[in-house]
Design a protein around this ligand. Structure first.
Ligand code: ZN
Length: 197
């Protein structure tokens, strides 16, 4: 039995998934039957009958919690990701003598150049502390949305594959970076999360 919230989320995602029309992945047929309870589409070609659920091949496939909750998590990230790249918070000493304070962007540039004294663990710790102070973190989100840390981690990893980019090693940082762009980002990210890779 699919709940009302779940069904309306599926409807919204189905609209995104098949925004350009339905085409059977197996045979190319464009006519389909729709399954009433979960909005899955079944190919009308009698030889084929391939069935594609709304979430199949999307970032939401195989979730261990309702997809309505997945959308809540994304909205939460959008509302709470406010990375301030211009804030000077990182004390560094490149030559081992003079300390100076740099912004996150400057820190990334210095680190990526590779000729600094900042080691990977040191860089990770600086970024982690900064993000933990100002933005969502995995354990806190897991608690808030009543899933295990492992489950949350896995979901964030799936989001990261499609929208996160590769700036940081940890998915949560990439997502915070991405979602710091603002609220209109939901409409922009959903097609990327729904499409077959
Ligand atoms: Zn087909």
């Amino acid at each position: 039995m699919v709940s009302k919230a779940e069904k309306s989320t599926l409807k919204m995602l189905a609209d995104v998934k098949w925004a350009d029309g339905y085409k059977c992945y197996m045979c190319g047929e464009t006519a389909y039957y729709e399954r009433e309870e979960n909005l899955a589409r079944i190919c009308r070609n009698k030889e084929c009958k391939y069935e594609e659920t709304v979430l199949k091949n999307s970032a939401f496939e195989g979730l261990r919690f309702p997809v309505a909750k997945a959308l809540q998590i994304i909205r939460y990230l959008i509302e709470n990701s406010r990375l301030n790249y211009d804030k000077k918070v990182f004390p560094i000493s490149e030559d081992g003598k003079t300390d100076r304070v740099v912004t996150l962007n400057e820190l990334i540039v210095i680190f990526k150049k590779g000729d600094s004294k900042i080691s990977q663990p040191k860089f990770d710790k600086l970024v982690k502390d900064f993000l933990a102070d100002e933005t969502p973190y995995v354990a806190g989100m897991a608690k808030k949305f009543e899933v295990t840390v492992k489950t949350m981690d896995k979901f964030l990893g799936k989001l990261n594959v499609r929208i996160g980019g590769g700036k940081y090693d940890e998915p949560i940082y990439n997502l915070i970076d991405y979602f710091s762009l603002g609220s209109s980002i939901l409409e922009r990210c959903l097609p990327k999360l729904m499409k077959r890779l």
